[in-house]
Design a protein around this ligand. Sequence first.
Ligand SMILES: O=c1ccn([C@H]2C[C@H](O)[C@@H](COP(=O)(O)OP(=O)(O)OP(=O)(O)O)O2)c(=O)[nH]1
Length: 152
Amino acid sequence: MSVRPRLQCKLLDERLRDYLPHYATQGSAGMDLRALLDAPLTLVPGDCQLVRTGLAIHIADPNLAGMILPRSGLGHKHGIVLGNLVGLIDSDYQGELMISVWNRGQSEFTLAPFERLAQYVLVPVVQAELALVDSFEDSARGSGGFGSTGAY
Ligand SMILES: O=c1ccn([C@H]2C[C@H](O)[C@@H](COP(=O)(O)OP(=O)(O)OP(=O)(O)O)O2)c(=O)[nH]1
């Protein structure tokens, strides 16, 4: 089994000690993030609010990044997704992880304090350098995009 990267994590609220993010199963790709709220938060349809997690995670390694993704159940059943669709966490970010919660559904939804509302996934990243050129070598696709290969 490969060695897991160790990420430094600060708790910005002591109550989170009882709710540390973890992998729910051996094969889980993400750790659930919870809503740090003092009281339930109701989102009416169309509402988008920034919710605290109370966690700061310093990835430090530029070959890694964090992604905040929605939870499938909340998104599919209740229309609770992310206002930014996906949150990208830079490896040098040391601030609190914030979750943009968007009710794209048609009913009111109330988030409970410490409810799991999104997930944090660590992903490999390769930083590139751009080499300016005047032309490319021909490729099979060329500049065809946006459905140019057909539907089936
Ligand atoms: O859902 C998110 C997305 C981002 N961040 C934090 C971590 C990330 O490293 C930082 C900046 O995010 P991003 O680069 O996507 O934001 P930006 O709007 O481009 O702002 P900036 O000018 O700060 O890069 O904000 C969150 O806490 N939650």
